[in-house]
Design a protein around this ligand. Structure first.
Ligand SMILES: [Zn+2]
Length: 239
């Protein structure tokens, strides 16, 4: 188990799509907010290429998904969400995206940032959506060096956002996980959050069964007791 810094008061989670945070870390978020940690979300796209129902007008999807994510966040005690509004399915780790994530880091001043993995996992290819790789790459660049360097993106200083160094980065899953959070006590809240994304789940019960299996498998890999559920991370020291 990797060492974590302490104390952590503020955590920023950056993901590509509405629902990514709930699949990857909602159980952990619920644990954190229960102990008084402030958690913030930054979501790069509105998930406007998602859904399964052709009768829903495509231009309504972004609004629906923002609303679903806002409800899901409330389930786990998160009320501060930033939607960057990039188009779903076309995300790239551009300088614009790095600047926009740096702006949120400088505003929120988190001790810890959580994001997706920038490395494609050939054993679980569906987790490695190109948007996930892109948001993760841009977030890593924002954590180091962009957000902490007062001489990059100087327009952010002009906007009033001073440089901020994030001490710790958590990657959900990751190629070499080194930390497991036991979410047995919060897995039901995680499911409540996941079910808020109604436009994405044709069969919510099957989704829940799948997530239960994944979180059980994580717990096994992490050496947790039989019957436990866990979310799995790779912690990177970025002090
Ligand atoms: Zn996603």
């Amino acid at each position: 188990m990797a060492e974590t810094i302490a104390p952590v008061e503020r955590v920023l989670i950056v993901t590509a799509h509405p629902d990514d945070v709930d699949f990857g870390s909602a159980g952990t978020v619920a644990k954190w907010t229960r102990t008084g940690v402030e958690v913030f979300y930054c979501i790069a796209t509105d998930g406007d290429a998602g859904g399964f129902d052709p009768s829903v007008p495509r231009d309504a999807i972004a609004g629906i998904r923002r609303e679903e994510q806002t409800k899901a966040a409330a389930e786990v005690g998160v009320t501060d969400l930033t939607f960057l509004g990039y188009p779903d399915g076309r995300l790239q780790a551009t300088l614009d995206l790095r600047r926009d994530i740096s702006r949120v880091i400088r505003r929120v001043k988190p001790d810890r940032v959580v994001t997706q993995s920038p490395v494609r996992d050939f054993k679980r290819i569906y987790g490695s959506h190109p948007d996930h790789l892109a948001v993760a790459e841009a977030t890593l660049c924002a954590v180091y060096p962009d957000a902490r360097n007062p001489f990059t993106f100087t327009e952010l200083i002009d906007e009033g956002y001073e440089a901020h160094a994030v001490a710790e980065l958590w990657i959900t899953g990751g190629t070499e996980p080194n930390h497991w959070v036991d979410i047995t006590e919060t897995i039901d809240v995680k499911f409540a959050a996941l079910r808020c994304h109604a436009s994405q789940h044709q069969k919510p019960d099957a989704m829940e069964a799948r997530v239960r299996e994944w979180n059980q498998a994580n717990a096994r890999v992490g050496g947790l007791p039989e019957g436990a559920y866990a979310e799995m991370f790779m912690i990177v020291d970025t002090r």
